[in-house]
Design a protein around this ligand. Structure first.
Ligand SMILES: Cc1ncc(COP(=O)(O)O)c(C=O)c1O
Length: 454
């Protein structure tokens, strides 16, 4: 299909306010077709999409007719009724989801990652109000983590550049140090996970255990730099939280539903969370859906004799049936096509390829990730680990695009550290896709090294 490019570009520039975009001297790109893990722009150029729709979303790839058919049939049967009433896809999806999350039991639906996290925070606060005489309403978040775009999720945001200019914030949020192993102040040691997690206890004691009701972490920090906590980290955190009666909230908005090679990233550690949130990969972008999943124990705190004490929260579009219908088929595809297994195999292959590039490119300081959640941190100097300046890192992304590969980058996140290239190709990626991706990055790095004399 051909389009009147000039017309659409002009109309986009005239009327569309794009997300996270400075519109001064902005030239829009317009994508018109997605198939598998490729997208085609309005000029007819096709790219390998290693950003899963830009922000870790299209996990099972584009053009999935089976999802479209299921959603279409569901919408003809019963498109919507407010979530106070049951519907078939929500019931079936909740059962399926819980079968992938031993120890969890209740599924609360909404529409975005931010909203799912807001629900989680409201759950913590209401438990504080009803069960702890108004105490334990405080929530601790981790530096470099992101939990959403609303004022309260930004109050729990460890990325300065996302927060700045949006205060004043919701009170009762406190931060603890990040889980960056590459730049860890503890260096490399056997018990790094334990040491890093213990930093949480210092904050709990400083604020006062009576004030803190929850701790919220991105299981693996995504937009803050592809940070995978070390072994022992969450197990230690669980012990600390149990000691002080604190709920553990795992934000799986990026890692959830297969991205790291398990259904949920937290399943790489041996502990039981209290609340898990998810959004992006739940329906791979085919419909808007997010979930706040709790244990039965958390849910029971809302079985109220008093009419004020049940969870008095609603989300209008949490009643759309398109979300759970798409999510059911999304999970069915992952099962049918063994995509978790493929994610692990291709993730290892990708990481090997990225580590291989380190021999050739001194500006790669570190290559890291888990499954098809990966990144390379770019530095000016491997010894000092001085970050590559952001304009140069941006130029790498541009050069990769020119070479036909869409890659991401930490952006508007942690001041001075927007130097990590982020990669999240679809879980359907093949060996040759990964080779093409690594070759595209290689080409981009060569171009930028030459351009800036690095
Ligand atoms: C880890 C994490 N949590 C929450 C969110 C917020 O999700 P949404 O943009 O759907 O509100 C994001 C979005 O990028 C995210 O990466």
């Amino acid at each position: 299909m051909s389009y009147d490019v000039e017309k659409y570009v002009a109309l986009d520039k005239k009327h569309v306010w794009h997300h996270l975009t400075n519109h001064k001297n902005f030239e829009p790109a317009i994508y018109v077709k997605g198939e598998g893990n490729r997208v085609t722009d309005i000029n007819g150029k096709t790219y390998l999409d290693a950003v899963a729709g830009g922000v870790w979303t299209v996990n099972v790839g584009y053009g999935r007719k089976e999802i479209v058919d299921r959603v279409a049939a569901q919408m003809m049967d019963m498109c919507y009724f407010a979530n106070g009433i049951g519907n078939i896809p929500t019931i079936e999806f909740s059962e399926k989801l819980i079968s992938k999350m031993p120890g969890m039991n209740r599924v609360y639906l909404s529409n975005s990652g931010s909203e799912a996290n807001e629900k989680a925070f409201k759950i913590v606060r209401q438990i504080g109000q009803t069960k702890h005489n108004g105490k334990k309403t405080g929530i601790i978040y981790r530096d470099r983590d992101y939990h959403g775009t609303t004022i309260t999720t930004l109050s729990a945001c460890g990325q300065f550049e996302r927060r700045m200019q949006y205060g004043p914030f919701t009170p009762g949020f406190y931060s603890f140090p990040d889980c960056d192993t590459y730049r860890s102040k503890f260096g490399k040691c056997e018990d790094l996970g334990v040491k890093m997690a213990k930093q949480l206890e210092e904050v709990i004691l400083n604020v006062g255990p009576d004030e803190i009701g929850g701790v919220c972490c991105e299981t693996m920090t995504a937009g803050g730099g592809i940070l995978v906590p070390p072994a022992g980290y969450y197990e230690t955190m669980r012990e600390i939280c149990d000691k002080y009666g604190i709920l553990m909230l795992m934000d799986e908005v990026v890692c959830g539903v297969g991205r790291t090679g398990k259904w949920f990233g937290y399943q790489y550690w041996d502990f039981q969370p209290d609340i898990v949130t998810m959004a992006k990969g739940v329906a791979s972008g085919y419909a808007a859906i997010s979930c706040t999943v709790t244990t039965e124990k958390v849910f029971e705190d809302f079985l109220a004799d008093n009419t004020d004490d049940f969870f008095r929260d609603i989300s209008t579009f949490g009643g759309c049936t398109a979300g759970p219908a798409a999510a059911l088929e999304n999970i069915a595809i992952i099962e049918r096509e063994n995509l978790l297994e493929n994610c692990v195999t291709m993730g290892d292959y990708l990481l090997d390829g990225l580590k291989g590039l380190m021999d050739k490119h001194a500006i790669i300081g570190d290559a890291r990730g888990r499954g098809l959640f990966a990144g390379i941190e770019l530095v000016k100097d491997r010894e000092t680990k001085e970050p590559l300046p952001e304009p140069m890192a941006n130029a790498v992304v541009g050069a990769a695009k020119a070479a036909g590969v869409l890659i991401g980058k930490t952006s508007r996140s942690f001041r001075g550290f927007n130097n990590t290239i982020t990669l999240c190709p679809a879980l359907i990626s093949t060996k040759s896709d990964i080779e093409e991706l690594v070759a595209g990055i290689d080409t981009a790095l060569c171009t930028i090294e030459q351009k800036f004399g690095l």
